[in-house]
Design a protein around this ligand. Sequence first.
Ligand code: PEP
Ligand code: MN
Length: 344
Amino acid sequence: MAKRPILICGPCSAESEEQVFETAQKLKELVGLDYYRAGIWKPRTRPDSFEGVGEKGLAWMKQVQDELNIPVITEVANASHVETIAKYNFKAFWIGARTVANPFSVQEIADAAKGGDFKVFVKNPTNPDIDLWCGAIERFKKIGINEIIAVSRGFYPFAETKLRNLPCWEIPIELARRMPDIKIICDPSHIAGNTKYIAEIAQQALNLNMAGLMIESHCNPQQALSDNSQQLTPDEVQNLISSLKMKSSAINDQNIEMELESLRSKIDVLDYQLIDILKQRFAITNEIGKIKKSRNVAVLQIDRWKKVLESRSKYGEDLGLSRELIAALFSEIHKESIREQQMD
Ligand code: PEP
Ligand code: MN
């Protein structure tokens, strides 16, 4: 059976005692939560935006934890936040996308969290730098935090896109490869930026075997003081969850397993053939390099390169492959052959 994903829901920001409690109560009733989230100190891009209610919001969250029996979680950005949430009996916090990009802040938070028995959720930084993300996780590992969960919340798009942030799935996939012991969940709300794309992103995350979802939910999203276009009502969260197709990481059907195995073994053969062909290709570019050197001819022949790029991209496209993929592949190959020809 596919396991239900870890579910963390709640408003972008805690705004009032009523909003915090009512949203939590509805979510508990409709979907059941592993954690109830709300931002208390909000890292806003512009100075005059709503910057969170501060410490009084922690008391509202504690009320949810005590009376509704749902563990609560909020964002911390410095040591004093960690000390303050500890006073309100928080057992979990997350590091936001802006803070995670600053190793000084991450280290300060890790030092403050040492010995505090917290579960730590680490969002990816807004720039697609996997080392920063891994580095932050390592800082918490080093101070002895046992439960660290990575949160994939998308990356700054640098251009107009339908999504607020690009999922760049290859980055959490690489994180999973490098750190197989770290669970990864997805925050589709901050990727989507708009309620209409959340289901699509959440399903893609589950298809990639992510372990859970962090979803922003507000009992009255239009009135929300932050991120009002991406917050779902608790009813909408319930619809979303029931529409998701859960995936199991293990394949339990023997026939499917055998079929996949047979297809994978074909891929294995083709991959090694690709590498053999690359080896032959580089042997030829080395020959060319020697001739260029002996005749004092420039390594880079731009017209030839333009023809190679264009003809290969067109050939791939005619076969139904993506032009961008072929162009990217040949750019890498060309870069490497230029590099080799430069060497003595
Ligand atoms: C949030 O979860 O409300 C938040 C500010 O997220 P991020 O750090 O991913 O922007
Ligand atoms: Mn938000």
